[in-house]
Design a protein around this ligand. Structure first.
Ligand code: G6P
Length: 589
């Protein structure tokens, strides 16, 4: 949800570096983008509508600057609403990620006191409030501290002033990470891939902190105004993991990487698995929470825990979590599932849980994220950077960790290891060029349809819902997932001649029933795409999946659906990595 970059150097021209960094954050928003640089105390700006990678930019001079790629919240997608935003004097520029909740009252106040606001955004008020501080004789630092305490909601921003020649960042909610090199240059960004090709040494700005960026970095707590010391840590991501390499799209690259990422996900601290399993077994209520695809993983977790550990866990979409607040006790466990570790609704839910004294566990991909920092235990899924907006490899790795945890609850992690090793070997065999070509062929049969339905039973029911999300995200075809038994309670009315219905089938006790459900719609004209280890005469098209353990069948069945969605999106001519209206990291409620 918006990407921020900033760069300071003693000597280098900032623009090329900002441009390169911002391109790597495009997944966070791609409605419009912009830059501001300081050139000998001249503030230069450039703003454009559209995707940065598709647009020609004019190089701005200067050795420090900021950049922003926007996912619109306040105001239409146009140049005026693009960041950076400036104050009345044009000497302060601000880029921002978040939503200022008291925006209306602050805007009214600024207009009454003579400021001219040009855009419809909430961001612009930050520039004018900073201007007000400087006019009152404050330093830029004091003014940043003042407004950081004034604005409500999750807000992070970076301000650049031509009057003082300074760049200052403030974080409250949305991530900001500094990339540190040799003291001659400093990067700041919403996410590490922005500067991963330049440095792996990072410092995480925490919520409630500001950083004055330059030759010497200074950090302050904006509540107390006190200076704070920060640690520099080295992360072990590889720069090439965040690059396309030989692939045309990140989505395809990330689908293919599942040959390896399932193995990396198994690399968990066994002691932590055992400790958390003990807590799950002794807890008064276990809640799995997440948003979007990660919420589907939580739903899948409900089946995995039931089947493996004979344990009922609750899964809740994080944005609905507050409705369950009264069930929370200090002995309740809340387990967050998230790729980014920054999703606003999940963070809000975790803060509720924290207030109630619950222990917090998280299953995350992004090291050092906000969720990691408020969790008592974190299981990193080790999938490496996931750039395509539609989650693929992170999802299957999260499911793998859920399987490990469920088996840890019955003190049999070895069995989980066996299941996952068997699965990853079979996924490796499955993802070959012939298989890809076959899925491309199936995609050609259905890409012109206006609806696709997906059915599953048992653990493949939540997977049917996830499959629908994948298809919708990248193909814009209306897709819906149902429990096989539910079709005849309404949705069957939508089946007509030629409607594709995908049946997700595992070699388990639900197999016969889901085949009957498929038959019910076939006899009403549906085209059946069977995703299963065994062929069946009712399938019009068959996508073969390997025979694996029942809980692993969701991973084996999901991967071909990811590939099918990708192929349909490509056939329909869409940019599958950056689907319209979506963003990868949703840091607004
Ligand atoms: C967005 C992404 C989804 C993701 C969801 C939750 O909607 O497009 O792929 O599942 O946010 O994000 P998280 O980072 O918490 O997994």
């Amino acid at each position: 949800m918006c990407g921020i970059v900033g760069y300071w150097s003693e000597t280098e021209n900032a623009f090329d570096i900002l441009l390169n960094s911002l391109k790597k954050l495009e997944y966070r928003g791609y409605d419009s983008f912009g830059f501001a640089t300081l050139n000998n105390r001249d503030l230069m700006t450039e703003r454009k509508v559209g995707k940065i990678s598709d647009t020609q930019c004019e190089r701005l001079p200067g050795n420090m600057g900021i950049g922003h790629t926007r996912w619109a919240t306040h105001g239409k997608v146009n140049e005026i609403n693009s960041h950076p935003h400036k104050d009345c004097s044009g000497k302060i520029a601000v880029v921002h990620n978040g939503i200022i909740e008291n925006f209306k009252e602050l805007r009214d106040y600024l207009e009454k006191t003579g400021h001219t606001l040009r855009s419809e955004t909430d961001t612009e008020i930050l520039a004018h409030l900073l201007e007000e501080g400087l006019k009152k004789g404050m330093s830029l630092k004091e003014s940043v501290i003042r407004i950081s305490n004034l604005v409500r909601g999750r807000n992070s921003f970076v301000a650049l002033s031509s009057d003082t020649g300074e760049m200052i960042a403030s974080r409250n909610g949305s991530p900001l990470i500094l990339g540190i090199t040799n003291g001659k240059e400093v990067f700041i960004a919403s996410d590490i891939p922005a500067f991963l090709d330049k440095t792996k040494k990072v410092t995480y700005l925490d919520d409630g902190q500001i950083c004055c960026i330059g030759e010497h970095l200074e950090f302050y707590d904006f509540k107390t105004g006190n200076q704070v010391q920060k640690r520099v840590i080295e992360i072990d991501w590889k720069a090439e993991e965040a690059e396309l390499g030989d692939y045309k799209h990140f989505m395809l690259k990330e689908i293919m990487e599942q040959k390896e990422t399932l193995i990396s996900a198994m690399n968990q601290n066994k002691e932590h698995l055992i400790e958390v399993a003990k807590r799950i077994n002794g807890a008064k209520g276990v809640f799995f929470i997440g948003c979007g695809t990660a919420a589907r993983v939580c739903h899948i977790a409900e089946y995995v825990f039931s089947k493996v550990a004979n344990k009922h866990i609750n899964y809740i979409t994080a944005s609905e979590f507050e409705n369950y607040e009264h069930f929370l006790l200090p002995e309740t466990l809340v387990i967050a599932v998230s790729q980014s570790g920054e999703t606003a609704d999940v963070l809000d839910a975790l803060n509720i849980a924290k207030r109630k004294g619950c222990k917090i566990i998280s299953i995350l991909n992004n090291p050092g994220s906000s969720m990691e920092r408020i969790s008592d235990y974190t299981f990193p899924i080790n999938a490496g950077p996931e750039k395509a907006v539609a989650s693929t490899k992170a999802t299957t790795s999260q499911i793998a960790v859920v399987i490990l945890l469920a088996y840890a609850c019955i003190e049999n992690i070895k069995e989980a290891d066996r299941i996952l090793l068997d699965l990853s070997g079979k996924v490796n065999d499955m993802l070959n060029p012939r298989y890809e070509a076959h899925i491309g062929y199936v995609a050609k049969q259905v890409y012109k349809n206006k609806d696709i339905f997906i059915i599953g039973r048992g653990i493949n029911y939540p997977l049917a819902i996830e499959s629908a999300i994948k298809l919708m995200e990248v193909s814009y075809i209306h897709a819906q997932g149902f429990a096989g038994g539910e079709l005849k309670h309404g949705p069957i009315a939508l089946i007509e001649k030629g409607t594709p219905v995908i049946a997700l089938i595992a070699e388990d006790k639900t197999k016969e029933e889901i085949l009957s459900n498929a038959m019910e719609v076939k006899s009403r004209g549906a085209i059946i795409i069977g995703v299963s280890p065994e062929k069946n005469e009712i399938f019009d098209y068959w996508i073969k999946t390997p025979k694996v353990d029942e809980v692993a069948s969701v991973i084996a069945n999901l991967i071909p659906i990811q590939l099918l969605s990708y192929n349909i999106g490509i056939l329909r001519g869409y940019n599958v990595d950056y689907p319209r209206n979506l963003a990868k990291s949703v840091t607004v409620r």
